[in-house]
Design a protein around this ligand. Structure first.
Ligand code: DX5
Ligand code: ZN
Length: 218
């Protein structure tokens, strides 16, 4: 199982100064930042696009974990790769060629991930597990930060973690939505190793203490 990793979501940052918010992540000693990309169609919200990544890229050494909540992600792979994404994760729910799109992401030099909404069973991605670097199990319905953690997603995490072990695969298992120290511990026990934290990181009274407590989770 990969070492645990905290990926703060810039969605919960200060949208009037996203560069400063990204710096808070690196100053907290973290290596990943999670970038939630929304099209107002697959999810009922809009966030930011490739131009924002390109603006953040030169000043940031962070690993850009880019979550495409788009109805047609296959149309935007090149744009996000060229803008500086390090990993691009795409949802399984929309109808497009998932395998070909995952291969294109890798061919562009990025790691690739598949994302499942809460209502999507793990079986939907099972045939593609050998082609991904990361699986993201949404623990809220995507679209907005600050929602309540969906504890009913834990069996899905356990199921995917079991497949990973049985098949000797080493993809990261990520959770996103309502993740704080308590829910992260529950997800870790169910097999997750990568934790998106928007509200809990950016609204923490003491961010250093939050990160230190997360690191003690082990
Ligand atoms: C949902 C978003 C959120 C965000 C994190 O579309 O993906 O899950 O990243 O949200 P909170 O604030 O719950 O950590
Ligand atoms: Zn996300």
């Amino acid at each position: 199982m990969p070492a645990p990793l905290l990926a703060p979501s810039l969605l919960a940052g200060d949208h009037a100064q996203l560069g400063a918010s990204a710096r808070l992540v690196s100053e907290a000693g973290l290596s990943w930042i999670h970038l939630d990309i929304m099209d107002g169609h697959f999810v009922p919200n809009l966030s930011f696009g490739p131009q924002t990544l390109a603006a953040l890229r030169p000043a940031s050494k962070l690993f850009f974990d880019t979550h495409l909540m788009l109805s047609e992600p296959q149309r935007y792979i090149e744009a996000f790769a060229q803008a500086g994404a390090n990993l691009i994760s795409i949802h399984i729910e929309p109808a497009y060629d998932h395998a070909a799109t995952l291969a294109r992401i890798r061919a562009l030099g990025c790691q690739c991930g598949l994302v499942l909404n809460p209502g999507t069973p793990a079986a939907a991605i099972e045939p593609l597990l050998g082609q991904v670097d990361l699986v993201l199990v949404m623990t809220v319905q995507p679209g907005f930060g600050g929602q309540a953690f969906r504890r009913d997603m834990l069996p899905k995490l356990r199921e995917i973690a079991a497949w990973r072990q049985q098949r000797g695969l080493n993809f990261r298992l990520e959770v996103d939505g309502g993740i704080d120290l308590a829910t992260a511990a529950e997800c870790r026990a169910a097999g997750a190793d990568t934790f998106v934290a928007g509200t809990s990181f950016f609204r923490a009274a003491d961010r250093a203490a939050f990160v230190a407590a997360f690191n003690r989770m082990g």
